[in-house]
Design a protein around this ligand. Structure first.
Ligand code: H2U
Ligand code: ZN
Length: 348
């Protein structure tokens, strides 16, 4: 019998943040590939698009007009998934049928007036303004008595269902804590109660000693491919200080957050020399009025691309019916990302 090694043998890995498992099949990454590998033709977008509903001064669906903004611009989503005035109520009869009313507020954030940019091509100072908006919105929305969780996220690329290439993100603030942060809340709470330290501070210390899954670092943040990553080039950004939420971040940390978001997404764009699609977002403490020393601020990046600008990983079959599976290991993915140039391919 050969001895088990993670680079050759099928195995499963545990995600301590959610309690889920992922199946890893590194031997399959060696199988021949006969599908497409071509580079996508990227069209140069104009700096201003008169037909874009996010560009300055333009009209949105419903007739409201965007301000002639020069930095960031925030507005209430014209098609909000959560409504602030949904009345209290529920439906069902106990175990089998359960429904509850849910209230919330949805906003859209334009990152830049420039239609042709995305975060990896923006100046650091301009990304810093986006971080300021995140901090302001987290605090302001979180202070409302009916808002107990603020989900900040960015959905980028048409392959992710994003409707508009203009650089933007969203915030959905709700009265209940949604599934993913709720799973993480439970696991981080258990860990903190047992160890007196946050789960992610212990995890980060181990990863920084091992270095194999690290991507980029600055003084206040580390970007890495998590041990339990599901998506081929999945990443996390973790604050080095065990900060519960963005409201507690100081000036230096906010600039460092802008810096690491930029540097990670430059690596992403350089991987296939294409504007790299992903869903990314912040996980942080609920805004329920309690202190949450167990919560450790972090971001998740879930990119769908697998082996070229056009070939994406499908979460289907075994993944839908059993559990997620990946071929290329997070260690290999990290090594590939780390080896890329740190200057954006369009600025070279
Ligand atoms: P995506 O790019 O991920 O599709 O999100 C864009 C959001 O912008 C989406 O939630 C909103 C949509 O509801 N939107 C407006 O609020 N006003 C508009 O005029 C068009 C789109
Ligand atoms: Zn998380």
């Amino acid at each position: 019998m050969t001895t088990f090694n993670m680079e050759d043998h099928s195995h499963r890995r545990f995600n301590p943040l959610t309690g889920d498992w992922i199946l890893v099949s590194p031997h399959r990454a060696k199988r021949p590939w006969q599908g497409q590998v071509e580079k996508m033709q990227e069209t140069q977008r104009p700096a201003y698009d008169p037909a874009c509903y996010l560009c300055p001064g333009n009209e949105r669906a419903g007739g409201l007009k965007n301000l002639d903004y020069t930095g960031t611009f925030v507005f209430t989503n014209d098609f909000s998934a959560l409504l602030a005035d949904a009345p209290d109520g529920h439906d069902g009869d106990g175990d089998l049928f359960r429904a509850e009313s849910e209230r919330g507020i949805c906003k859209v954030i334009c990152f830049s007036p420039r239609h042709d940019l995305t975060i990896p091509e923006m100046e650091l100072a301009d990304i810093r303004r986006v971080v300021d908006v995140w901090q302001h919105e987290y605090t302001e929305l979180g202070n409302k008595d009916f808002i107990n969780y603020v989900q900040i996220f960015e959905n980028k690329g048409s392959i992710m269902g994003c409707s508009n290439p203009h650089p933007h993100g969203q915030i959905w603030a709700s009265s209940l804590i949604p599934n993913e942060p709720q799973k993480e809340a439970v696991r981080q709470g258990e860990y903190f109660a047992t160890h007196g330290r946050t789960l992610l501070s212990d995890y980060l210390a181990r990863e920084r000693a091992l270095t194999t899954r690290l991507l980029v670092e600055n003084e206040h943040f580390t970007a890495l491919a998590p041990y339990w990553a599901t998506w081929p080039f999945e990443a996390m950004i973790i604050s080095r200080r065990p900060t519960a939420h963005i409201g507690l971040m100081n000036d230096a940390e906010k600039t460092a957050l802008a810096d690491i978001y930029r540097r990670l997404t430059i690596l992403y764009d350089n991987l296939f020399e294409v504007s790299f699609p992903y869903s990314a977002g912040i996980h942080q403490a609920p805004t329920d009025g309690h202190e949450h020393p167990e919560w450790h601020f972090h971001l998740h990046f879930y990119p769908p691309l697998l082996r070229s600008a056009t070939v994406k990983k499908f979460m289907v079959g075994y993944e839908m019916l059993a559990n997620p599976q990946r071929d290329i290991t997070p260690e290999t993915a990290a090594a590939r990302l780390r080896a890329l140039p740190t200057v954006h391919y369009r600025q070279r």
